[in-house]
Design a protein around this ligand. Structure first.
Ligand code: PLP
Length: 395
């Protein structure tokens, strides 16, 4: 006998993976340069040189047993201190090393947090558009996954919908800003209003409603503020990752932050650690913890993403494509001409242009493009977007 849920998750590949695999097959037939693959969010800027230098230095200077040995489950103190110091310096925050739990990237960190909050009948509200993996993570944790409809066309947060959906069983609301797939950054105004609403509802129901902030794209913002949310709403839990900020997705390193100002913060931290333990977490990769101890203050050089972003936003908008202003991450989320994003994606595929329909992100009628690609590919793909637009009569 097998777990049917686990089987279904393993047997059905995600739509993004399907498109990516298709792109690889087409590349073998027609040449990589002739496939306009906007499907997958793999960073296309190298890690800052200091990161690789830190790896070399650590390997040269440190006892091999220490480099490769187990660390404490919560992570090396030096790394947690470096992260805490950096956040305090940047935001005037008052974090302490003890508030951090080093994890293996945002995905397993989210799983641990969901499991920590999974009381019987507990609900998680996810604001659409959202990262598709949230749903299996939450459901397998035992939380009821409920979707807050997207706030079209701005892709901020529909606070009226949140207000209506929060009930006595709401354990947490999950947000992601800068957002995958919309590229939108939630404004301080939006977050402040959300914080006030959550405070009001927590008082009404007599228990905390945690705000889970999934932040792998925190450092990828183009001239706009990304507020440090615990300063706005103390019952915030951050799941952070270096996958995108330092272009290290294969190394699996990040952290969970539980504010000491959060309700029941010590029990909450212990529950997160316990949930991670029950998922088999032993420690985050030891070498990469040591790298973070030296590199927590580094920021990515966003010039090439920014150039891509502007070329696509300006080029596509001029053709009549509609999208929210992409101020962060490396995605654009575009209204499908004709209204059916699956049909648009199929037509695009016939021209070797790979874009992901928004259904899996909780937002049908839109498609996502990931601009971690070369500038040259963008320039060559623009005429294809133009041809596709012309295939749809103006409304
Ligand atoms: N959350 C969002 C919104 C993402 O886009 C991703 C990866 O693309 C993740 C979480 C998982 O990131 P990680 O590599 O840190 O597990």
């Amino acid at each position: 006998m097998l777990s049917e849920n686990a089987y279904a998750l393993g047997a059905n590949r995600s739509c993004i993976r399907d498109l990516f695999e298709y792109g690889c097959q087409r590349a073998a037939l027609v040449g990589r340069e002739n496939v306009y693959d906007y499907s997958l969010g793999n960073p296309s800027i190298p890690s800052p040189p200091e990161v690789n230098q830190a790896v070399r230095d650590i390997l040269a200077d440190t006892d091999s047993l220490l480099v490769h040995g187990y660390t404490s489950a919560v992570g090396d103190y030096a790394a947690r201190k470096a992260i805490s110091d950096d956040l305090n310096a940047r935001y005037g925050a008052e974090t302490a090393p003890e508030d951090f739990f080093l994890g293996c990237g945002a995905a397993p960190e989210l799983v641990a947090v969901f499991r920590a909050l999974a009381v019987p009948g507990g609900e998680l509200l996810a604001v659409a558009p959202y990262f598709p993996e949230y749903k299996p993570f939450a459901q397998e944790a035992g939380l009821t996954f409920r979707v807050v409809p997207p706030d079209v066309p701005s892709f901020q947060i529909d606070l009226e919908a949140v207000k209506e959906m929060i009930g006595p069983h709401t354990q947490a609301i999950l947000i992601n800003s800068p957002n995958n797939p919309s590229g939108v950054v939630y404004t301080r105004q939006t977050l402040t209003a959300l914080g006030s609403l959550l405070k009001e509802k927590a008082a009404q129901y007599g228990h905390p409603i945690y705000l889970i902030s999934d932040e792998p794209y925190r450092e990828l913002a183009y001239g706009v503020e990304v507020p440090f949310i615990p300063q706005i709403y103390p019952d915030t839990i951050i799941c952070y990752s270096y996958s995108k900020s330092l272009s290290l997705p294969g190394e699996r390193i990040g952290y969970i932050y539980v504010s000491r100002e959060a309700t029941d913060s010590q029990r909450l931290y212990a529950a997160v650690a316990g949930a991670a333990r029950a998922c088999g977490h032993v420690c985050a990769p030891s070498l990469w913890q040591k790298v973070i101890a030296r590199c927590a203050g580094l920021r990515p050089d966003l010039q090439s993403y920014d150039r891509n972003r502007r070329a696509l936003y300006e080029g596509l908008t001029a053709m009549g494509y509609e999208m929210a202003k992409p101020d962060g991450a490396f995605y654009l989320f575009i209204k499908a001409p004709g209204g059916d994003a699956n049909r648009f994606s199929e037509l695009a595929k016939q021209k070797d242009l790979l874009v992901v329909p928004g259904d899996g992100f909780g937002c049908p009628g839109y498609f996502r493009i990931c601009y971690c690609v070369s500038y040259d590919l963008i320039q060559r793909s623009l005429p294809v977007f133009q041809t596709l637009m012309e295939a749809f009569p103006k409304a």
